[in-house]
Write a protein that binds this ligand. Structure first.
Ligand code: SF4
Length: 213
């Protein structure tokens, strides 16, 4: 059962990493209607990619997964994935958030995440969640514990790479969906972390060390 509370206002949380997820849960528990906007197909962010966390060496997914499930079940939280914010208008207490939503091509309500489609899919593509170290199918789940727990079809990639039967730009434009969230009281932005690529460089001590590149 999802948690219930009477609504006292509306908040847009931009970014579905651990910061956005925790902020959404806290605000939703306080009674705010929360719109959690994430540009990838699932919430979780960088923490979903980590094995252990510093300094306690705790399992990253063991901390994150219950919060993702709580977010998915909370009646005051609306998770809006595959969506990028284009602009914000208005003033605190009466804000308008313009966003662009890419299509999933899979019905969130109907997908049981059985994986049969991915097994049958003949198209393999680099898996961006693993930064290209593995492959995924053209229909795929962003990562095994993903919330929303549903598959998505990568039509742009498959059209671009393999099929070339349609006018890709027309297809993409037709399926993008602009929408506006109205009467938002305030906005929380979770956008501080980025993975870095370590590179080996010589430094003055004549030793080779790993530093962020
Ligand atoms: S879209 Fe794929 S994972 Fe979802 S129910 Fe259909 S076959 Fe199963």
């Amino acid at each position: 059962m999802g948690k219930k509370s009477s609504k006292i206002g509306a908040v847009a949380v931009i970014g579905g990493g651990i910061t956005g997820v925790q902020a959404s849960l806290d605000l939703a528990d306080m009674g705010f209607k929360v719109y959690l906007i994430e540009k990838t197909p699932a919430i979780g962010g960088i923490m979903a990619k980590l094995d252990k966390t510093f300094p306690t060496n705790d399992c990253s997914m063991c901390i994150l997964s219950p919060k993702l499930v709580d977010c998915g079940r909370h009646e005051n939280i609306e998770i809006i994935t595959n969506t990028e914010v284009q602009g914000i208008e208005g003033k605190p207490g009466n804000l308008f958030v313009n966003a662009l939503k890419k299509p999933r091509y899979v019905d969130l309500e109907l997908c049981t995440s059985c994986g049969d489609c991915a097994e049958a899919c003949p198209i393999s593509l680099p898996n961006e969640f693993d930064h290209g170290f593995s492959e995924r199918k053209a229909i795929y789940k962003y990562y095994p514990q993903a919330i929303p727990n549903a598959y998505i079809i990568d039509k742009e990639f498959s059209l671009d790479r393999l099929v070339n039967l349609m006018d890709e730009s027309k297809q993409t434009k037709e399926n993008l969906n602009n929408f506006k969230l109205n009467n938002i009281d305030f906005i929380v932005v979770d956008n501080i972390s980025n993975l870095i690529t370590p590179t080996t460089k010589e430094v003055n001590t004549k030793r080779s060390i790993i530093i962020p590149g």
